[in-house]
Write a protein that binds this ligand. Structure first.
Ligand SMILES: [Zn+2]
Length: 854
């Protein structure tokens, strides 16, 4: 079921070309007769022509389908099969369309539509997978109720909505809520469940299940608790109640994404739902809690109110990411969550926004929509909503959301509909704010200051560099949260939000007794790059005194970047003042351990490369790696006498609990262990590995040992212990590559692709090895080009099996123009090699072309 090879450039779709479908779909009935290589799908769909339709043509999408028969109102018809679907003559009055098709789930390695994973049937229909199941108007603005009958020998047969009947070898489901086809789901397999229940605030009992393969039952309890917390939170915070009698989650091993919010039947990558203390790290637990919440929250923001077309994807994703971040902040620590999100934004979205793949949160064109499930649509989409909330205030935000749910329930909407509820609820004109949805690129904001006679002035200048297809950009509305500190550390002005709307704009503060130290962009109030001439002394002051935890961390992060940059460019020694400040912070027991762990975590080597590039210096990945090593070694030596005490003080006693406090302590403990290992060669890490009763500590010890090239026996022991656990083995594979020295990384990754447990068809395993290679900055960018060659070779091999995952992983090359001409030449050869591959998928073709052209 590979996508057809583009013989010429693939077709491009444009937002401006939107036309509604010419027919209402009144009801859909589907029957599935399951067989691995020859599943029959019978559809019976009631269509009604719309009056004055802009496009009266009866076109149904369909791909990789064998049409057995078609009827209209019971009479056989012969539709014309055309590219991407079929067309057919139809009556002028409502009619019933019936079709029978045959599909081959077992051969479907693209994992879109109906496919098989370890012997179970499952589906993935977002964005355009339903057209691989049957002929249908597969577009999000076509919403209908679905009734489904499944015939198969599997013990468990599931679909959307409520169960309406079952017997030996069959089950029937009915979903009363109209939905687009991308939310359709079907699962059939010999599964077992972890059951529970939830009573909604209006007193309705909902049956809850997490369905897994036998043997995984013990890994469901945490996910189930997360689900119940999410259901309660959405009632309490957004007033949203669940709307079916049953909510099912299914864990699947082979899955392209993290999880999918199909109505009443969420399908999860098993890595995003299965958890146990022995096999999952704290980071896994936090991510599982967040993804369960995310998919559940889609029930209202995505399912009840969906997107009119795929250009509006950020309408559901940006809002739902924003909601899941609020949830995590409420369940855990608000500042820590904010810092983690900004780290992720800078690691994933900023490179995208400042490179050849830059696009606005609402793109205006695409060839393959699967290529737009991006950090820009998701994470920047969420940042835009955070800014909106900050600009209108919490009460107005709540009122606007209530209006959104009231006005648009059951509809397929646009960004215009979304902004209109805010305009109507607040009376505010959002036309300038809307630029955030149409302009690509990260705005730069330059700040200068002036102080005289008790008056302090901040002047901001904004500009956004050109991005593909967008050159001159108008100023945006940028909310900048600012607080002022007195030179001796107290706060002289609490946080206030300045609204930057012009290219250059000044704001004054009167009655300021002494020149203050400004704390700008508190809580990272806008996704921009702040440029300000300042000193390391002032950064150290903010690191010690800022009352805003985000900016406190930010000051430390800036100091870390500055010292790394001067080590690389001038061969300087690590900055002593910064080392002293770090030492003080790490010993400060009054500070949240999770926060201290974040302050101790260095900026990534890729970020340092970007920082050098921004300063006009061509980054040398090996030098950046060496600077990181030198800095960590120097820090370890500076802390030498206190490390054993700190290690002991941050060791969590008692049985493992995946709560925020314990996770924070273990994160700090892990950072300290990695420093300690630089001094003791791994003695403490080996003891911790031996004693660990949970994956967080076992993994931290193993990572420290492997980084010190002293973990061979533990790595083997880890493999022996966990070789039958797929998810833990993904960690093992990734760690081999992540810990490899720059000149060894490509070789290690190459050897792993020949390992008996390496499986190209499993996206998690492929990402574990190739994702870790791309993430090993100095290894991937090794001057030999071996990293580039290996990734390209594997992407070419994967493309014929799974275009979606291949295309996404091409983004590893998106920053190529940062590097020297020799590396650029090596990468160009690989990109051109991929592009020249015979039968290359539309997905990969689009991604590689954009990277090359940008
Ligand atoms: Zn989502």
């Amino acid at each position: 079921m590979k996508d057809a090879a583009p013989t010429t450039a693939p077709e491009t779709f444009y937002l401006k070309d939107y036309k509604p479908f010419g027919f209402e779909v009144e009801a859909v009935e589907l029957t599935f007769k399951l067989a691995p290589n020859s599943t029959r799908v019978l559809s019976k769909i009631r269509f009604a022509p719309k009056e004055n339709a802009a496009d009266p043509r009866f076109f149904l999408h369909g791909e990789a389908l064998k049409l057995i028969s078609a009827k209209i109102d019971g009479a056989p018809v012969t539709p014309e099969l055309i590219a991407g679907g079929l067309i057919c003559d139809t009556p002028d009055t409502p009619f019933t369309w019936e079709a029978e098709v045959e599909i081959d789930p077992a051969a479907n390695t693209a994992l879109e539509g109906l496919y098989m994973s370890s012997g179970m049937y499952c589906t993935q229909c977002e964005a355009e997978g339903f057209r691989k199941i049957t002929y249908y108007p597969d577009r999000p603005d076509v919403m209908s109720t679905f009734s489904v009958r499944i015939e198969g020998n599997e013990k468990v047969l599931l679909s959307n909505g409520n169960p309406t009947g079952s017997g030996d070898g069959w089950a029937e489901w009915h979903d009363p809520w109209p939905k687009p086809a991308y939310l359709f789901a079907l699962v059939a397999g010999d599964l077992v469940n972890h059951p529970d229940s939830f009573t909604t605030r209006s007193g309705k009992d909902v049956e809850l299940n997490i369905w897994v393969r036998p043997g995984d039952e013990g890994k469901c309890a945490f996910g189930m608790e997360a689900l119940k917390k999410s259901m309660k939170w959405d009632e309490d915070v957004y007033g949203r109640e669940y709307d079916l009698d049953i909510f099912n989650i299914v864990a699947v091993d082979d899955f392209n994404m993290g999880a999918m919010e199909n109505k009443g039947l969420n399908i999860f990558n098993s890595s995003c739902v299965l958890a146990s203390p022995e096999t999952s790290t704290d980071a896994n637990f936090e991510r599982i809690e967040a993804i369960i919440a995310h998919e559940y929250f889609h029930n209202w923001t995505g399912n009840r109110i969906t997107c009119r077309d795929w250009f509006q994807l950020c309408l559901k994703e940006g809002l739902t990411v924003f909601r899941d971040a609020q949830f995590t902040a409420d369940m855990r620590s608000e500042p820590v969550k904010r810092i983690e999100d900004v780290i992720a934004l800078r690691a994933r979205q900023f490179p995208e926004d400042n490179g050849p793949l830059a696009h606005p949160p609402r793109p205006e064109q695409f060839q393959e929509i699967n290529n737009f499930y991006t950090a820009t649509v998701y994470e920047k989409g969420a940042e835009v909503i955070g800014m909106l909330k900050r600009l209108v205030g919490d009460e107005n935000y709540a009122a606007a959301l209530d209006l959104y749910f009231d006005r648009h329930d059951g509809q397929a909407c646009t960004i215009e509909d979304w902004l209109k509820v805010f305009e109507d609820a607040t009376g505010r004109d959002l036309s300038q704010f809307k630029l955030w949805y149409s302009q690509a690129g990260t705005p730069r904001v330059q700040v200068s200051e002036d102080y005289a006679d008790g008056r302090y002035t901040l002047t901001f200048e904004q500009s956004t560099p050109p991005t593909p297809g967008q050159h001159d950009k108008a100023p945006r509305v940028i909310p900048i949260a600012v607080g002022l500190l007195s030179p001796n550390g107290g706060e002289v002005r609490a946080t206030e939000v300045l609204e930057l709307t012009e290219a250059k704009q000044s704001f004054t503060f009167d009655g300021i007794a002494a020149k203050p130290v400004p704390s700008i962009l508190r809580e990272f109030s806008a996704p921009v790059i702040l440029e300000r001439e300042t000193t390391n002394a002032e950064r150290a002051f903010l690191l010690a005194h800022d009352t805003d935890p985000f900016n406190r961390w930010e000051a430390g992060n800036a100091l870390a970047t500055e010292t790394r940059v001067s080590m690389v460019t001038e061969g300087a020694a690590p900055d002593g003042a910064y080392l002293d400040a770090l030492e003080k912070l790490v010993r400060d027991d009054t500070l949240d351990p999770a926060f201290r762990a974040l302050v101790l975590s260095p900026p990534s080597q890729s970020e340092i490369a970007q920082s050098l590039h921004d300063r006009g210096v061509t980054p040398d990945p090996q030098k950046i790696y060496d600077a990181a090593e030198t800095f960590a070694q120097t820090l370890a030596q500076q802390l030498e006498t206190s490390l054993p005490r700190l290690y002991a003080a941050t060791t969590v006693d008692g049985p493992y609990q995946p709560d925020a406090h314990g996770a924070g302590l273990r994160a700090l403990n892990g950072r300290i262990l990695s420093l300690l290992t630089r001094l003791d060669g791994g003695e403490q890490a080996a003891r911790q590995y031996q004693a660990a009763d949970n994956m967080t500590q076992q993994y931290a010890a193993l990572a420290s040992l492997m980084k010190a090239e002293n973990g061979e026996s533990q790595s083997q022991a880890f493999f022996d212990q966990w070789q039958s656990d797929r998810l833990v083995m993904d960690k093992w594979f990734a760690l081999q590559v992540a810990c490899a020295a720059p000149d060894a990384a490509a070789g290690v990754a190459s050897d792993l692709t020949g390992h008996a447990l390496f499986d190209m068809k499993n996206p998690n395993r492929f990402r574990a090895v190739m994702g870790a290679l791309a993430g090993n900055h100095a290894g991937f960018h090794h001057v030999s080009g071996a990293g580039y060659q290996l990734l390209a070779k594997n992407l070419i091999a994967l493309d014929s099996l799974n275009p979606q995952t291949t295309a996404r992983m091409c983004a590893a090359f998106q920053t190529w123009k940062r590097y020297d001409s020799a590396r650029q030449a090596l990468i160009r050869v690989e990109l051109e090699r991929i592009l020249a591959t015979e039968g290359l998928s539309r997905d990969t073709h689009e991604m590689v072309s954009r990277i090359l052209q940008g």
